[in-house]
Design a binder for this molecule. Structure first.
Ligand code: DGY
Length: 327
């Protein structure tokens, strides 16, 4: 047996995506459609020195306890809410993520959702297929204009900014909330900094771009949805638990807001019997914000670079807990 370090790769990825790890480690790879760490991989945790995983794998205390030799966790995602980063830090394990490479793809999908919800594309497409398109109707499938409307960005990080750039191209006005003002982004985008409450009250569209943390979990619930305009559209491409799903259902069913478009839900996958699927004014897609060939490949490669750096004792190029490194 080779003396290369053992790395657990939670899922099978397309050929070539993990080339940067070839020859640097022994890879034990899970099934393509795994919804958890497979039994075979879980049994190998005690020997594993690296873990390469997707956002669906909880890297929690229990897993870390079983993996005393672990020296690096590389998450093939920018979000790391599936990883107990504090627990990794206590063990001196660097955690890698993949910022940057999925910014544009996720911003594109955000605009696609925003436009689809504004112009009621899923509903009108289904009506056309199912014979309800009887004539050109002056009042049929009326939607909302983007031009001149106000888009409220909750979070003005990389993805929020990229959405703002696109929205400006559509003639939208921009407001945003964040943990603090971002003067540079304000200058670039002409976005106005407001409190979350003001953003919700003044926006025609609200798009969420904040990481999932203890502070943002449940950030948008009944009180916040009630603050929004009756014609407002909510878009979420960040993390599902930022929105309270039951409250959103009530808001959509009772017309507190006009529509929602969700790339992320709580839980994921959202079971087919979930009542949100019954609502015509709720568009749900299966967490595909980064789902383009180029983006996913670049995420995989970035995660591979992090993994190899960790194994070789180098600083991870993209590390969420750099405090693990001595000064
Ligand atoms: C991420 O990387 O966190 C995204 O949600 C994946 O699409």
């Amino acid at each position: 047996m080779s003396d290369l370090p053992l790395v657990i790769v939670s899922h099978t990825l397309p050929a070539g995506w993990l080339d940067k790890m070839e020859g640097r480690c022994r890879m034990l790879i899970g099934p393509v459609d795994a919804t958890r760490l497979s039994d075979e991989l879980a049994q190998a945790l005690p020997q594993a020195e690296g873990l390469y995983c997707l956002l669906t794998i909880p890297v929690n205390h229990a897993l870390l306890e079983r993996a005393p030799r672990l020296r690096v966790v590389s998450n093939m995602a920018v979000g790391v809410d599936n990883v107990d980063v504090a627990a990794c830090t206590r063990r001196g394990i660097p955690v890698g993520n993949t910022p940057g490479v999925l910014t544009e793809g996720t911003a594109d999908l955000t605009m696609a959702l925003l436009l689809s919800a504004a112009r009621r594309l899923p509903e009108s497409s289904q009506d056309a297929r199912e014979g309800r398109w009887k004539t050109w109707s002056p009042t049929g499938w009326l939607g909302a204009d983007l031009y001149g409307a106000t888009l409220g960005l909750v979070g003005l990080g990389k993805i929020g900014k990229a959405v703002g750039q696109r929205a400006r191209g559509f003639g939208m006005r921009l407001v945003y909330s964040d943990t603090q003002p971002n003067p540079q982004a304000e200058a670039e985008l002409g976005a106005v900094y407001l409190s979350l409450e003001e953003v919700l009250r003044h926006s025609d569209f609200v798009s969420l771009h904040t990481p999932l943390t203890a502070e943002t979990r449940g950030l948008i619930g009944a009180p916040q949805l009630r603050m929004m305009k009756p014609g407002a559209i909510l878009v979420n491409t960040s993390r599902g638990p930022i929105v309270r799903m039951d409250d959103l259902h009530q808001a959509l069913a009772e017309g507190w807001i006009a529509a929602a478009a969700l790339d992320v839900t709580d839980p994921e996958p959202l079971p087919p019997e979930h009542p949100l699927y019954q609502l015509k004014n709720c568009l749900i897609v299966p967490h595909i914000g980064s789902a383009t060939q180029n983006t996913r490949r670049r995420m995989a490669e970035r995660a591979a670079e992090n993994l190899v750096a960790g194994l070789e004792g180098r600083h991870l190029p993209f590390c969420v807990n750099p405090e693990v490194y001595p000064e």
